[in-house]
Design a protein around this ligand. Structure first.
Ligand SMILES: Cc1cc2nc3c(=O)[nH]c(=O)nc-3n(C[C@H](O)[C@H](O)[C@H](O)COP(=O)(O)O)c2cc1C
Length: 253
């Protein structure tokens, strides 16, 4: 088993590098690791009929690894340019094109990835405004297209003036190191998702019935009014919860 760290910061020994090191140094002893610093590569798009040894080399490294760990700070509330450029240039390797232009996952399907990012803004501001969300979202978008499965996220806000990663983040990196050391099945979160869905529905049904109690004088005894009020309340709650899990689900602290 091999884990590849992909560092995409302007700083080779900055905070993202430290978090990546902390993950890679704490994987199980039988797991091989390698780190690539993207700034060291002259990554350019693949031109038709021309060889691109840099992309071939990077493709080889991605191929040999079971888990990829992306470590990229947030720049301008977005993913770093160097990682975005890497994703753009690797597109023909990440996805195959169907005749109608749709994409399907390419050769890396069912590998796994972990994302790491950081930002200057404080934990509270990041929690409220989600400065680092876009970095995670861009990685997720590309990896979803490539069929690569997410293991988790690590975020470090409040980095202004920080020289060393704090103890709690070291611990979190170590926790993920253990998690990614184990060879995963293709997608082992299906059961987890069904359990989450069950509890979401159970809680929403409970809240909906709770909200209906004060409406009893108007709706009780009338099946259709009862049914319509339940459906409307349940729908609003479902829309809110889906918005939360799809847009606000990224780790911010
Ligand atoms: C070009 C650039 C843009 C940045 N934009 C933001 C930003 O929009 N919001 C923010 O909170 N921090 C921003 N930062 C701060 C970085 O996120 C911060 O320097 C990062 O934590 C450093 O990580 P490193 O030590 O791994 O390089 C920016 C830094 C640079 C160099």
């Amino acid at each position: 088993m091999k884990i590849l760290g992909i560092l995409a910061s302007h700083q080779e020994h900055g905070l993202n590098a430290q978090m990546l090191d902390q993950v890679l140094e704490n994987v199980d002893s039988d797991v091989e690791t390698e780190t690539i610093y993207l700034e060291n590569y002259d990554i350019t798009p693949h031109k038709y009929h021309e060889k691109n040894p840099v992309l071939d080399d990077l493709t080889q490294k991605l191929s040999e690894s079971d888990v990829w760990v992306f470590a990229a700070p947030t720049y301008w509330r977005e993913l770093t340019g160097v990682l975005k450029n890497f994703f753009d240039c690797m597109r023909p390797k990440f996805v195959y094109f169907k005749e109608n232009g749709d994409t399907i996952p390419g050769q890396f399907k069912n590998k796994h990835y972990l994302s790491i990012t950081s930002c200057y803004v404080s934990p509270l501001e990041n929690f409220l405004t989600g400065v680092t969300d876009e970095s995670f979202k861009t990685i997720d978008r590309v990896m979803t297209a490539a069929g690569v499965i997410k293991v988790g996220e690590i975020v470090l806000p409040g980095t202004f003036g920080m020289k060393e990663i704090p103890y709690n983040k070291k611990k979190l990196c170590q926790k993920y190191a253990k998690k990614i050391s184990v060879k995963k099945r293709k997608d082992d979160s299906t059961v987890k998702r069904y359990i989450q869905l069950f509890f979401m529905i159970a809680v929403m049904a409970l809240i909906t019935m709770g909200i209906q109690i004060p409406l009893r004088p108007w709706v009780s005894g009338n099946f259709w009014l009862n049914y319509i009020s339940f459906t409307v309340i349940f729908f609003v709650l479902l829309a809110c919860i889906l918005h939360f899990v799809t847009f606000v689900k990224h780790r911010r602290r």
